[in-house]
Design a protein around this ligand. Structure first.
Ligand code: UDP
Length: 540
């Protein structure tokens, strides 16, 4: 990458110097160049070889600055044509200067020099590629907007931990995510977003977005600076893309966008949907979608299909689960009777996650208890929703237990009889569903988005329509009353989850994207493809 940037600077200087030499102003019989008069005379005599030499250097530099092996032949023709045309134009201009004539030998010299130079540029680039492939791991700069630990951050924690020696993480907010990263040896830097910019959420309108611009620009410049020391920039969240995308381009580094969101109404305002897709289309060399649903929504919104690769989240498969004593003591600490049939709902408290749907459904499952694991993580709206849930829970007479956010979640899955996921909007992936399956628990999930891809209805879990209280109640009663069926889908779910979502396999896939993108020499190639690509309209 550095070679390409340096070559571009050298190209500009060469062109400026070449133009000056070619069009040396003449005053009387004296020509004014930046070279001493005598040298200038000498250069005129050496015209043929100088043309050959200077166009050979120009050819090499042009190749290094813009060349690509994938499209070598097209580039070769274009460059030879362009440089020869430039040479002829210069000769014609020269012939207009009094006392100077058009010299065809110079044109031929330029053409030969150019072909020779391009071949030289190809060899240099080839040597550079060999050096790279023989070299070390790609250095990756990960960007994430939050310091809290949501699903996207937990996935990044595992990816970055596995390549801690060759990575650094920049967070736009401090929090427990930084501590978690540092605990696994990942170098982490906090570059804070200004006050205005940090309050812009997924639903923000134009006014709030405009007010956030100065803060975003400042952060972007800091990110450009940081990105220059890495081979690849990896944006893990929406705001990280909006800042990291242009920053990566300015720094001349390729960008991977890990798409953990469904870009559609309900999750993002129309303005934010368009900004995200624009940034991804123009700045990213690869988009890792965590499910077919996130990929489809991205494409439906105008995202380029050819950028996308679907890689699900990966999970460590624990060798040991909680012992019966640990489970019993956890139940006691939460105030749950040891024989109570217990539902676990894990995940941040947010309206779209649908905790209120579960509480409503539990009214018709009178003996069941429920644990809500998680807290309101991101917005004031979420915090208000959490308060409403506490009020709603009062109607269920001590059957709802708020466990708050816990960094170790396995014991909670182990003590549950059933795991519920009740998002009212399509879930981009749904880590908690896989975690329930890995714990060999029957899972009920909303039939939408990534959840519907993870669960096969009545084989590895039960699917209910999002927001449908009656269907959720029926599914809960079915599992409560038919423990054999519950155990059989739980067994099948555990096997499926172990086969598909093992962390090592997922990490391998992500590493292969990183290596592929790091070895690409030409991130700006994508621009030509975008302009010829027709985008379907965003869904209403
Ligand atoms: N989680 C956690 N502590 C909690 C509650 C949830 O670590 O108290 C984890 C949960 O185990 C899961 C993640 O947070 O791995 C939530 O991911 P999911 O994909 O379900 O939702 P997201 O937060 O990405 O919308």
């Amino acid at each position: 990458m550095n070679m390409k940037r340096n070559a571009r600077i050298a190209l500009l200087l060469l062109l400026a110097a070449g133009l000056w030499l070619a069009l040396k102003p003449t005053l009387g019989d004296r020509r004014f160049t930046f070279l001493p008069f005598r040298w200038s005379e000498f250069i005129d005599i050496m015209d043929f070889w100088l043309n050959f030499g200077s166009f050979a250097i120009l050819g090499t530099t042009v190749w290094l600055a813009f060349g690509s092996f994938e499209k070598a032949f097209r580039h070769l023709l274009l460059m030879t044509g362009f440089i020869t045309l430039l040479n002829i134009t210069l000769e014609l201009l020269q012939s207009a200067i009094p006392g100077r004539a058009m010299d065809m030998a110079d044109v031929w010299a330029g053409l030969f020099g150019c072909v020779f130079g391009i071949a030289g540029g190809m060899v240099l680039q080839l040597l550079n590629i060999h050096r790279k492939s023989a070299g070390t791991e790609p250095q990756v700069l990960f960007l994430d907007q939050t310091g809290r630990l949501g699903g996207a951050e937990l996935m990044l924690l595992d990816i970055a931990a596995a390549r801690a020696a060759d990575s650094e993480v920049i967070l736009f907010q401090d929090g427990e995510f930084r501590t978690a990263l540092e605990n696994v040896g990942v170098k982490t830097t906090i570059l804070k977003l200004g006050e205005e910019a940090s309050t812009v959420d997924k639903q923000a309108g134009l006014k709030r977005v405009l007010r956030s611009i100065p803060g975003i620009l400042q952060l972007m410049l800091q990110t450009v600076q940081a990105a220059r020391s890495f081979d690849v920039v990896y944006a893990n969240t929406a705001k990280a893309l909006v800042i990291g995308g242009p920053a990566a381009r300015l720094a001349g580094r390729p960008l991977i966008f890990h798409l953990h969101d469904i870009i559609a109404d309900g999750h993002f305002s129309v303005l934010n949907q368009q900004a995200l897709v624009l940034c991804a289309n123009y700045c990213a060399q690869s988009v890792i979608a965590n499910s077919e649903a996130t990929k489809d929504a991205f494409i439906a919104c105008g995202g380029r299909a050819e950028l996308c690769v679907v890689i699900p989240n990966g999970f460590r498969i624990p060798i040991e689960r909680s012992s019966p004593e640990e489970t019993k003591s956890l139940r006691t600490s939460l105030g749950i009777p040891s024989d109570a049939w217990t539902v676990l709902m894990a995940g941040r408290l947010a309206h779209w996650k649908g905790q209120h749907i579960l509480l409503e459904a539990l009214k018709a499952v009178p003996t069941a208890h429920a644990v809500l694991l998680g807290d309101a993580l991101f917005t004031d709206e979420d915090r208000k929703y959490a308060q409403q849930l506490h009020t709603q829970a009062e109607e269920l007479a001590g059957r709802i237990h708020f466990a708050g956010f816990q960094s170790t979640t396995m014991p909670y899955f182990d003590m549950a009889d059933v795991v519920v996921h009740a998002s009212v909007y399509p879930e981009p992936f749904g880590r908690v569903i896989v975690e329930g399956m890995l714990a060999a628990k029957p899972v009920i999930a909303s039939r939408a988005g990534g959840a519907a891809e993870i669960i096969s209805h009545e084989h590895t879990g039960l699917l209910v329509n999002p927001g449908n209280v009656k269907e959720l109640t029926d599914a809960l009663l079915r599992l409560q009353n038919d423990s054999e069926f519950a155990a059989s889908i739980a067994r099948e779910a555990q096997q499926t989850a172990q086969d598909i979502y093992a962390l090592s396999a997922v990490q391998e896939k992500i590493e292969s994207v990183i290596h592929q993108i790091a070895s690409q020499q030409e991130p700006q190639e994508s621009l030509t493809i975008i302009s010829s690509q027709k985008s379907p309209p965003c869904p209403a």
